[in-house]
Write a protein that binds this ligand. Sequence first.
Ligand SMILES: Cc1cc2nc3c(=O)[nH]c(=O)nc-3n(C[C@H](O)[C@H](O)[C@H](O)COP(=O)(O)OP(=O)(O)OC[C@H]3O[C@@H](n4cnc5c(N)ncnc54)[C@H](O)[C@@H]3O)c2cc1C
Length: 417
Amino acid sequence: MTHIVIVGAGISGVTTAYTLSRLGYQVTVVDRHLYPAMETSFANGGQLSASNAEVWNSSGTLLKGIKWMLQKDAPLLLNPKPSWHKYSWLGEFVASIPRYRRNTIETTRLAIEARKYLFEMAEREQIDFDLQRRGILHIYHDKASFAAAGRTNSLLVAGGLERHAVSPEEIKTIEPTLQGQYYGGYFTASDATGDIHKFTRGLAQACHKYDVRFLHGMDVQAVEMTEQGVRLLLQATLDDKLSTTHADAGQELVADALVVCAGVGSRHIARMVGDRINVYPVKGYSITVHLDDEASVQGAPWVSLLDESAKIVTSRLGAGRFRVAGTAEFNGFNRDIRADRIEPLIAWTRRNFAIGTSRVVPWAGLRPMMPDMMPRVGRGRHARVFYNTGHGHLGWTLSGATASMIASVIARDCPRH
Ligand SMILES: Cc1cc2nc3c(=O)[nH]c(=O)nc-3n(C[C@H](O)[C@H](O)[C@H](O)COP(=O)(O)OP(=O)(O)OC[C@H]3O[C@@H](n4cnc5c(N)ncnc54)[C@H](O)[C@@H]3O)c2cc1C
Protein backbone atom coordinates (compact mmCIF):
# COMPACT_ATOMS: atom_id res chain seq x y z
CA MET A 1 0.00 0.00 0.00
CA THR A 2 1.35 3.46 -0.82
CA HIS A 3 2.27 5.19 2.42
CA ILE A 4 2.04 8.98 2.67
CA VAL A 5 3.32 10.91 5.66
CA ILE A 6 1.79 14.31 6.41
CA VAL A 7 3.52 16.85 8.64
CA GLY A 8 0.95 18.95 10.51
CA ALA A 9 -2.34 18.12 12.24
CA GLY A 10 -3.99 21.50 11.71
CA ILE A 11 -6.94 21.99 9.37
CA SER A 12 -4.73 21.59 6.24
CA GLY A 13 -3.09 18.36 7.40
CA VAL A 14 -6.22 16.71 8.74
CA THR A 15 -8.37 17.48 5.67
CA THR A 16 -5.50 16.16 3.49
CA ALA A 17 -5.18 12.99 5.60
CA TYR A 18 -8.92 12.38 5.44
CA THR A 19 -9.08 12.88 1.66
CA LEU A 20 -6.04 10.68 0.90
CA SER A 21 -7.13 7.88 3.25
CA ARG A 22 -10.52 7.72 1.54
CA LEU A 23 -8.70 7.32 -1.79
CA GLY A 24 -7.03 4.20 -0.37
CA TYR A 25 -3.62 5.53 0.72
CA GLN A 26 -2.02 4.48 3.98
CA VAL A 27 -1.58 7.78 5.87
CA THR A 28 0.49 8.81 8.90
CA VAL A 29 0.17 12.32 10.37
CA VAL A 30 3.03 13.69 12.47
CA ASP A 31 2.65 16.72 14.74
CA ARG A 32 4.77 18.14 17.54
CA HIS A 33 1.67 18.89 19.60
CA LEU A 34 -0.13 16.27 21.66
CA TYR A 35 -3.50 16.82 19.97
CA PRO A 36 -4.77 18.00 16.55
CA ALA A 37 -5.48 21.71 15.90
CA MET A 38 -3.34 23.17 18.68
CA GLU A 39 -1.63 25.93 16.65
CA THR A 40 -3.26 28.33 14.17
CA SER A 41 -6.31 26.07 13.80
CA PHE A 42 -7.15 26.56 17.49
CA ALA A 43 -9.28 29.71 17.96
CA ASN A 44 -9.42 31.71 14.74
CA GLY A 45 -12.13 34.07 13.48
CA GLY A 46 -14.39 31.18 12.49
CA GLN A 47 -15.45 32.62 9.15
CA LEU A 48 -15.94 30.41 6.09
CA SER A 49 -15.78 33.50 3.98
CA ALA A 50 -15.56 33.69 0.22
CA SER A 51 -16.46 37.35 0.86
CA ASN A 52 -13.03 37.86 2.50
CA ALA A 53 -11.13 36.48 -0.51
CA GLU A 54 -9.52 39.79 -1.47
CA VAL A 55 -5.74 39.41 -1.37
CA TRP A 56 -3.92 42.22 0.45
CA ASN A 57 -1.43 42.94 -2.36
CA SER A 58 -2.77 46.32 -3.45
CA SER A 59 -1.39 49.85 -3.33
CA GLY A 60 -4.46 50.87 -1.27
CA THR A 61 -3.67 48.30 1.44
CA LEU A 62 -0.02 49.31 1.35
CA LEU A 63 -0.86 53.00 1.95
CA LYS A 64 -3.31 52.08 4.72
CA GLY A 65 -0.61 49.86 6.23
CA ILE A 66 1.94 52.70 6.32
CA LYS A 67 -0.66 54.97 7.98
CA TRP A 68 -1.50 52.26 10.53
CA MET A 69 2.16 51.82 11.45
CA LEU A 70 2.03 55.28 13.02
CA GLN A 71 -1.15 54.60 15.01
CA LYS A 72 -0.83 52.89 18.42
CA ASP A 73 -4.01 50.77 18.47
CA ALA A 74 -4.07 50.12 14.69
CA PRO A 75 -4.95 46.64 13.37
CA LEU A 76 -1.44 46.38 11.82
CA LEU A 77 1.83 46.27 13.71
CA LEU A 78 5.29 45.82 12.20
CA ASN A 79 8.38 45.32 14.30
CA PRO A 80 10.95 47.22 12.19
CA LYS A 81 13.90 45.19 13.58
CA PRO A 82 15.90 43.87 10.59
CA SER A 83 15.17 40.29 9.55
CA TRP A 84 15.93 38.78 6.14
CA HIS A 85 12.83 36.59 6.36
CA LYS A 86 10.53 39.58 7.01
CA TYR A 87 12.01 41.97 4.47
CA SER A 88 12.35 39.38 1.68
CA TRP A 89 8.71 38.52 2.31
CA LEU A 90 7.64 42.19 2.21
CA GLY A 91 9.59 42.66 -1.04
CA GLU A 92 7.78 39.73 -2.64
CA PHE A 93 4.48 41.03 -1.22
CA VAL A 94 4.97 44.32 -3.08
CA ALA A 95 6.13 42.50 -6.23
CA SER A 96 2.80 40.59 -6.24
CA ILE A 97 0.68 43.76 -6.53
CA PRO A 98 0.27 43.34 -10.34
CA ARG A 99 -1.44 39.97 -9.67
CA TYR A 100 -3.99 41.48 -7.23
CA ARG A 101 -7.01 41.12 -9.55
CA ARG A 102 -6.20 37.65 -10.81
CA ASN A 103 -5.40 36.28 -7.33
CA THR A 104 -8.52 37.79 -5.73
CA ILE A 105 -10.77 36.23 -8.38
CA GLU A 106 -8.97 32.88 -8.10
CA THR A 107 -9.24 32.86 -4.27
CA THR A 108 -12.97 33.60 -4.52
CA ARG A 109 -13.48 30.64 -6.85
CA LEU A 110 -11.49 28.39 -4.55
CA ALA A 111 -13.40 29.54 -1.45
CA ILE A 112 -16.77 28.86 -3.07
CA GLU A 113 -15.65 25.38 -4.14
CA ALA A 114 -14.18 24.67 -0.70
CA ARG A 115 -17.53 24.92 1.09
CA LYS A 116 -18.90 21.98 -0.84
CA TYR A 117 -16.07 19.69 0.34
CA LEU A 118 -16.12 20.91 3.94
CA PHE A 119 -19.87 20.56 4.37
CA GLU A 120 -19.77 17.10 2.75
CA MET A 121 -17.07 15.95 5.21
CA ALA A 122 -19.03 17.32 8.19
CA GLU A 123 -22.25 15.69 7.06
CA ARG A 124 -20.71 12.32 6.21
CA GLU A 125 -18.88 12.12 9.55
CA GLN A 126 -21.60 13.86 11.61
CA ILE A 127 -19.22 16.51 12.98
CA ASP A 128 -20.76 19.11 15.28
CA PHE A 129 -18.72 22.30 14.90
CA ASP A 130 -21.26 25.02 15.69
CA LEU A 131 -21.89 25.64 12.00
CA GLN A 132 -24.00 28.73 11.27
CA ARG A 133 -25.13 29.30 7.70
CA ARG A 134 -26.53 32.79 8.19
CA GLY A 135 -24.22 34.74 5.91
CA ILE A 136 -21.49 37.35 6.50
CA LEU A 137 -22.15 41.09 6.68
CA HIS A 138 -19.32 43.57 5.91
CA ILE A 139 -19.89 47.00 7.45
CA TYR A 140 -18.43 50.38 6.44
CA HIS A 141 -18.38 53.66 8.38
CA ASP A 142 -17.87 56.18 5.57
CA LYS A 143 -18.49 56.89 1.91
CA ALA A 144 -14.86 56.37 0.79
CA SER A 145 -14.50 52.88 2.33
CA PHE A 146 -17.94 51.86 1.00
CA ALA A 147 -16.90 53.00 -2.51
CA ALA A 148 -13.64 51.02 -2.24
CA ALA A 149 -15.69 47.99 -1.16
CA GLY A 150 -17.72 48.35 -4.35
CA ARG A 151 -14.56 47.99 -6.44
CA THR A 152 -13.51 44.87 -4.49
CA ASN A 153 -17.00 43.50 -4.82
CA SER A 154 -16.80 43.48 -8.61
CA LEU A 155 -13.83 41.08 -8.35
CA LEU A 156 -15.65 38.80 -5.90
CA VAL A 157 -18.64 38.74 -8.24
CA ALA A 158 -16.29 37.95 -11.16
CA GLY A 159 -15.12 34.96 -9.08
CA GLY A 160 -18.72 33.71 -8.92
CA LEU A 161 -19.86 35.09 -5.55
CA GLU A 162 -23.41 36.34 -5.02
CA ARG A 163 -22.99 39.44 -2.86
CA HIS A 164 -24.92 42.68 -2.72
CA ALA A 165 -24.80 46.15 -1.16
CA VAL A 166 -27.12 46.89 1.76
CA SER A 167 -28.35 50.17 3.27
CA PRO A 168 -27.96 51.20 6.95
CA GLU A 169 -31.62 50.19 7.48
CA GLU A 170 -31.01 46.77 5.93
CA ILE A 171 -27.95 46.32 8.18
CA LYS A 172 -30.24 46.74 11.20
CA THR A 173 -32.67 44.15 9.82
CA ILE A 174 -29.94 41.62 8.97
CA GLU A 175 -28.35 41.90 12.43
CA PRO A 176 -30.61 43.69 14.96
CA THR A 177 -28.13 43.40 17.88
CA LEU A 178 -25.51 45.55 16.10
CA GLN A 179 -25.35 49.09 17.51
CA GLY A 180 -23.80 52.23 15.98
CA GLN A 181 -24.16 54.13 12.73
CA TYR A 182 -22.91 52.81 9.41
CA TYR A 183 -22.68 54.28 5.93
CA GLY A 184 -23.49 50.95 4.25
CA GLY A 185 -22.64 47.29 3.97
CA TYR A 186 -22.25 44.25 1.74
CA PHE A 187 -24.00 40.99 2.52
CA THR A 188 -23.04 37.47 1.40
CA ALA A 189 -25.85 35.07 2.26
CA SER A 190 -23.92 31.94 1.21
CA ASP A 191 -21.02 32.48 3.66
CA ALA A 192 -20.94 30.66 6.99
CA THR A 193 -19.07 30.28 10.29
CA GLY A 194 -17.96 27.44 12.54
CA ASP A 195 -15.45 26.35 15.15
CA ILE A 196 -12.25 25.28 13.32
CA HIS A 197 -10.92 23.47 16.40
CA LYS A 198 -14.06 21.38 16.89
CA PHE A 199 -14.16 20.54 13.17
CA THR A 200 -10.48 19.53 12.96
CA ARG A 201 -10.72 17.40 16.10
CA GLY A 202 -13.92 15.77 14.82
CA LEU A 203 -12.40 15.01 11.42
CA ALA A 204 -9.21 13.64 13.02
CA GLN A 205 -11.42 11.31 15.07
CA ALA A 206 -13.21 10.21 11.88
CA CYS A 207 -9.81 9.54 10.23
CA HIS A 208 -9.28 6.60 12.60
CA LYS A 209 -12.06 4.77 10.71
CA TYR A 210 -9.85 4.94 7.63
CA ASP A 211 -6.79 3.67 9.56
CA VAL A 212 -4.94 6.99 9.59
CA ARG A 213 -2.14 6.85 12.18
CA PHE A 214 -1.44 9.99 14.24
CA LEU A 215 2.02 10.43 15.76
CA HIS A 216 1.53 13.27 18.24
CA GLY A 217 4.23 14.88 20.34
CA MET A 218 6.78 14.26 17.58
CA ASP A 219 8.91 16.99 16.06
CA VAL A 220 10.25 16.51 12.52
CA GLN A 221 13.97 17.20 12.85
CA ALA A 222 15.20 16.13 9.41
CA VAL A 223 13.91 14.84 6.08
CA GLU A 224 16.00 12.78 3.69
CA MET A 225 15.14 11.63 0.20
CA THR A 226 15.67 7.92 -0.46
CA GLU A 227 15.42 5.83 -3.62
CA GLN A 228 11.97 4.62 -2.59
CA GLY A 229 10.62 7.84 -1.11
CA VAL A 230 11.34 9.78 2.09
CA ARG A 231 12.82 9.19 5.52
CA LEU A 232 11.92 11.48 8.45
CA LEU A 233 13.86 11.78 11.66
CA LEU A 234 11.47 12.42 14.56
CA GLN A 235 12.13 13.53 18.10
CA ALA A 236 9.57 13.29 20.91
CA THR A 237 8.72 16.71 22.33
CA LEU A 238 7.58 15.64 25.80
CA ASP A 239 8.45 12.97 28.28
CA ASP A 240 5.68 12.71 30.85
CA LYS A 241 3.30 10.17 32.29
CA LEU A 242 0.53 10.82 29.78
CA SER A 243 2.69 10.75 26.63
CA THR A 244 2.90 7.63 24.54
CA THR A 245 6.33 8.72 23.30
CA HIS A 246 9.56 9.42 25.19
CA ALA A 247 11.86 12.37 24.74
CA ASP A 248 15.02 10.32 24.35
CA ALA A 249 13.49 8.18 21.64
CA GLY A 250 14.62 9.49 18.25
CA GLN A 251 12.57 7.64 15.63
CA GLU A 252 12.75 7.12 11.90
CA LEU A 253 9.69 7.11 9.75
CA VAL A 254 9.87 5.84 6.17
CA ALA A 255 7.18 6.56 3.59
CA ASP A 256 6.61 6.68 -0.17
CA ALA A 257 5.87 10.41 -0.15
CA LEU A 258 5.64 13.47 2.11
CA VAL A 259 2.98 16.19 2.25
CA VAL A 260 4.01 19.35 4.11
CA CYS A 261 1.01 20.93 5.89
CA ALA A 262 3.10 22.44 8.67
CA GLY A 263 1.63 25.94 8.80
CA VAL A 264 4.28 28.47 9.79
CA GLY A 265 6.76 25.57 10.14
CA SER A 266 6.50 24.77 6.41
CA ARG A 267 9.37 27.08 5.37
CA HIS A 268 11.77 25.24 7.67
CA ILE A 269 10.73 21.79 6.46
CA ALA A 270 10.83 22.88 2.79
CA ARG A 271 14.41 24.01 3.32
CA MET A 272 15.36 20.50 4.49
CA VAL A 273 14.52 19.18 1.01
CA GLY A 274 15.84 22.13 -1.00
CA ASP A 275 12.52 23.90 -1.65
CA ARG A 276 11.74 27.54 -0.89
CA ILE A 277 8.28 28.15 0.57
CA ASN A 278 8.43 31.69 1.91
CA VAL A 279 5.67 31.47 4.53
CA TYR A 280 5.81 34.31 7.08
CA PRO A 281 4.07 34.10 10.48
CA VAL A 282 1.55 36.97 10.55
CA LYS A 283 0.23 37.09 14.10
CA GLY A 284 -3.43 37.65 14.87
CA TYR A 285 -5.47 37.68 18.07
CA SER A 286 -8.90 36.49 19.09
CA ILE A 287 -11.10 36.68 22.14
CA THR A 288 -13.82 34.20 22.97
CA VAL A 289 -16.52 35.96 24.96
CA HIS A 290 -18.52 33.58 27.12
CA LEU A 291 -22.16 34.62 27.14
CA ASP A 292 -22.91 33.72 30.73
CA ASP A 293 -26.18 35.59 31.31
CA GLU A 294 -29.44 35.73 29.35
CA ALA A 295 -29.00 39.40 28.35
CA SER A 296 -25.63 38.58 26.75
CA VAL A 297 -27.05 35.52 24.95
CA GLN A 298 -29.76 37.78 23.50
CA GLY A 299 -27.40 40.71 22.86
CA ALA A 300 -24.76 38.86 20.81
CA PRO A 301 -25.12 38.63 17.01
CA TRP A 302 -25.78 35.43 15.09
CA VAL A 303 -24.88 36.86 11.70
CA SER A 304 -21.12 36.99 11.20
CA LEU A 305 -19.57 40.45 10.77
CA LEU A 306 -16.50 42.06 9.26
CA ASP A 307 -15.88 45.66 10.33
CA GLU A 308 -13.66 47.02 7.58
CA SER A 309 -12.29 49.99 9.56
CA ALA A 310 -11.01 47.84 12.44
CA LYS A 311 -10.38 44.71 10.32
CA ILE A 312 -12.29 42.74 12.94
CA VAL A 313 -14.32 39.58 12.21
CA THR A 314 -16.89 37.88 14.44
CA SER A 315 -18.55 34.47 14.72
CA ARG A 316 -21.26 33.14 17.01
CA LEU A 317 -20.19 29.72 18.20
CA GLY A 318 -23.39 28.21 19.55
CA ALA A 319 -25.62 29.97 22.08
CA GLY A 320 -22.89 30.49 24.65
CA ARG A 321 -19.77 31.75 22.83
CA PHE A 322 -18.95 34.79 20.71
CA ARG A 323 -15.58 34.96 18.89
CA VAL A 324 -14.00 38.28 17.86
CA ALA A 325 -10.70 38.27 15.92
CA GLY A 326 -8.33 40.60 14.14
CA THR A 327 -4.88 42.25 13.96
CA ALA A 328 -1.93 41.58 11.69
CA GLU A 329 1.40 41.71 13.50
CA PHE A 330 4.76 41.22 11.75
CA ASN A 331 6.98 40.17 14.62
CA GLY A 332 8.51 36.82 13.65
CA PHE A 333 7.61 33.69 15.61
CA ASN A 334 6.70 35.66 18.74
CA ARG A 335 3.55 34.06 20.19
CA ASP A 336 3.01 36.35 23.21
CA ILE A 337 -0.59 37.34 23.93
CA ARG A 338 -0.17 41.09 24.40
CA ALA A 339 -2.69 42.87 26.62
CA ASP A 340 -2.51 46.03 24.45
CA ARG A 341 -3.60 44.01 21.37
CA ILE A 342 -6.42 42.20 23.22
CA GLU A 343 -7.87 45.36 24.75
CA PRO A 344 -9.06 46.86 21.39
CA LEU A 345 -10.98 43.62 20.66
CA ILE A 346 -12.80 43.84 24.00
CA ALA A 347 -13.44 47.59 23.54
CA TRP A 348 -14.82 46.98 20.03
CA THR A 349 -17.15 44.28 21.40
CA ARG A 350 -18.47 46.55 24.16
CA ARG A 351 -18.91 49.47 21.75
CA ASN A 352 -21.00 47.47 19.31
CA PHE A 353 -23.03 45.06 21.47
CA ALA A 354 -24.84 45.03 24.79
CA ILE A 355 -23.04 41.98 26.14
CA GLY A 356 -21.04 41.28 29.27
CA THR A 357 -17.30 40.70 29.01
CA SER A 358 -16.61 39.28 32.44
CA ARG A 359 -15.28 35.99 31.02
CA VAL A 360 -13.13 36.52 27.96
CA VAL A 361 -10.50 34.03 26.77
CA PRO A 362 -7.69 35.65 24.75
CA TRP A 363 -5.61 33.82 22.13
CA ALA A 364 -2.89 34.58 19.58
CA GLY A 365 -2.05 32.57 16.47
CA LEU A 366 0.35 32.82 13.53
CA ARG A 367 -1.17 32.91 10.06
CA PRO A 368 1.01 30.93 7.61
CA MET A 369 1.11 33.58 4.90
CA MET A 370 2.71 33.53 1.46
CA PRO A 371 3.79 36.90 0.01
CA ASP A 372 1.23 36.68 -2.83
CA MET A 373 -1.39 35.34 -0.37
CA MET A 374 -2.00 32.24 -2.49
CA PRO A 375 -1.67 28.80 -0.83
CA ARG A 376 1.07 26.51 -2.16
CA VAL A 377 -0.61 23.37 -3.38
CA GLY A 378 1.44 21.00 -5.51
CA ARG A 379 4.69 19.11 -5.95
CA GLY A 380 8.08 20.36 -4.82
CA ARG A 381 11.47 19.91 -6.44
CA HIS A 382 11.50 16.19 -5.57
CA ALA A 383 8.95 13.87 -7.12
CA ARG A 384 7.93 12.57 -3.68
CA VAL A 385 7.48 15.86 -1.81
CA PHE A 386 4.19 17.76 -1.92
CA TYR A 387 2.86 20.93 -0.28
CA ASN A 388 -0.56 22.02 0.94
CA THR A 389 0.27 25.07 3.00
CA GLY A 390 0.52 28.87 3.18
CA HIS A 391 -3.22 29.57 3.43
CA GLY A 392 -2.69 32.80 5.40
CA HIS A 393 -5.86 34.52 6.60
CA LEU A 394 -8.15 32.02 4.87
CA GLY A 395 -7.00 28.53 5.82
CA TRP A 396 -10.29 27.50 7.38
CA THR A 397 -12.21 28.77 4.35
CA LEU A 398 -9.97 27.17 1.69
CA SER A 399 -8.95 23.87 3.32
CA GLY A 400 -11.71 21.71 1.78
CA ALA A 401 -10.70 22.69 -1.76
CA THR A 402 -6.93 22.57 -1.31
CA ALA A 403 -7.11 19.08 0.28
CA SER A 404 -8.97 17.86 -2.77
CA MET A 405 -6.47 19.60 -5.11
CA ILE A 406 -3.39 18.06 -3.48
CA ALA A 407 -5.04 14.64 -3.39
CA SER A 408 -5.56 14.86 -7.19
CA VAL A 409 -1.91 15.82 -7.72
CA ILE A 410 -0.73 12.91 -5.54
CA ALA A 411 -3.10 10.45 -7.27
CA ARG A 412 -1.49 11.50 -10.58
CA ASP A 413 2.18 11.70 -9.52
CA CYS A 414 2.30 9.02 -6.86
CA PRO A 415 -0.43 6.52 -7.71
CA ARG A 416 -1.47 3.80 -5.26
CA HIS A 417 0.21 0.42 -5.55
C1 LIG B 1 -6.52 35.65 14.52
C2 LIG B 1 -6.78 34.75 13.32
C3 LIG B 1 -8.05 34.75 12.75
C4 LIG B 1 -8.28 33.95 11.63
N1 LIG B 1 -9.54 33.91 11.12
C5 LIG B 1 -9.83 33.12 10.06
C6 LIG B 1 -11.14 33.06 9.54
O1 LIG B 1 -12.07 33.68 10.09
N2 LIG B 1 -11.36 32.29 8.45
C7 LIG B 1 -10.35 31.59 7.84
O2 LIG B 1 -10.61 30.95 6.82
N3 LIG B 1 -9.10 31.59 8.33
C8 LIG B 1 -8.80 32.34 9.43
N4 LIG B 1 -7.54 32.36 9.93
C9 LIG B 1 -6.48 31.57 9.26
C10 LIG B 1 -6.53 30.09 9.60
O3 LIG B 1 -6.77 29.93 10.98
C11 LIG B 1 -5.21 29.42 9.19
O4 LIG B 1 -4.97 29.68 7.81
C12 LIG B 1 -5.25 27.92 9.39
O5 LIG B 1 -5.62 27.58 10.70
C13 LIG B 1 -3.89 27.29 9.07
O6 LIG B 1 -4.00 25.90 9.22
P1 LIG B 1 -2.77 24.95 8.94
O7 LIG B 1 -3.24 23.56 9.13
O8 LIG B 1 -2.14 25.30 7.64
O9 LIG B 1 -1.70 25.35 10.08
P2 LIG B 1 -1.74 24.97 11.66
O10 LIG B 1 -3.10 24.86 12.16
O11 LIG B 1 -0.82 25.90 12.34
O12 LIG B 1 -1.12 23.51 11.67
C14 LIG B 1 0.24 23.26 11.36
C15 LIG B 1 0.73 22.14 12.27
O13 LIG B 1 2.05 21.74 11.83
C16 LIG B 1 2.78 21.34 12.97
N5 LIG B 1 4.23 21.41 12.71
C17 LIG B 1 4.90 22.44 12.15
N6 LIG B 1 6.22 22.13 12.06
C18 LIG B 1 6.37 20.89 12.58
C19 LIG B 1 7.48 20.03 12.78
N7 LIG B 1 8.73 20.38 12.43
N8 LIG B 1 7.28 18.82 13.37
C20 LIG B 1 6.03 18.45 13.74
N9 LIG B 1 4.94 19.22 13.57
C21 LIG B 1 5.10 20.42 13.00
C22 LIG B 1 2.34 22.34 14.06
O14 LIG B 1 2.54 21.79 15.34
C23 LIG B 1 0.87 22.56 13.73
O15 LIG B 1 0.01 21.77 14.52
C24 LIG B 1 -7.25 33.15 11.07
C25 LIG B 1 -6.00 33.14 11.67
C26 LIG B 1 -5.74 33.92 12.79
C27 LIG B 1 -4.39 33.89 13.43
